[in-house]
Write a protein that binds this ligand. Structure first.
Ligand SMILES: [Zn+2]
Length: 130
C-alpha cells in the first residue's frame, strides 16, 4: 500500500506530541493560577472576571487539545497513529505535519464538524421552542 508511515517519521511525531503535551500541561497550570486570582478592588474584580472568563474559555480549548495529544501518543504506542478513526484510511502526511494529533482524515473531520453544527442548531431550536 505504501501508506504506512516510516518508523523514523513516527518517532518525530512522538517527540512533537510529547513536547506539545508538556507545554499544554504547563499552560493549563498557569491558567489555573489566573483563574483563582482574586482582588478586593471592585474595578479590578471586573477586570479579573473578564480575564478569568477568557482564561477558562481557552483552558477548555487547551484541555481538549491536550486530550487529543494524549490520544495521539496512545495511537503511536498501539500502532494506529496516522489512520483515520472513522474510515481507517491513512491521514495525509501534510495534515499530520500540521496537526500531529489529528485522529480523522479531512473528509471525516469535515463530516464530524458538520454533524456538530447541525446538532447545535437543533439544540438551539429546542431551546427556542421551550
Ligand atoms: Zn476518514
Amino acid at each position: 500500500m505504501g501508506t504506512k508511515l516510516e518508523h523514523t517519521n513516527l518517532g518525530g511525531f512522538q517527540q512533537i506530541l510529547e513536547q506539545q503535551q508538556v507545554e499544554l500541561v504547563h499552560v493549563l497550570r498557569v491558567r489555573d493560577g489566573i483563574a483563582i486570582e482574586k482582588s478586593a478592588d471592585p474595578m479590578d474584580e471586573i477586570q479579573y472576571a473578564t480575564e478569568r472568563d477568557l482564561a477558562i474559555h481557552s483552558a477548555d480549548l487547551e484541555s481538549n487539545l491536550l486530550r487529543d495529544v494524549r490520544a495521539a501518543l496512545r495511537r503511536i504506542r498501539d500502532g494506529t497513529f496516522g489512520t483515520c478513526v472513522e474510515c481507517e484510511a491513512a491521514i495525509s502526511p501534510k495534515r499530520l505535519a500540521a496537526l500531529p494529533w489529528a485522529m480523522r482524515c479531512i473528509e471525516c473531520q469535515d463530516a464530524a464538524d458538520g454533524d456538530r453544527q447541525e446538532r447545535t442548531e437543533t439544540l438551539d431550536e429546542i431551546l427556542v421552542g421551550a
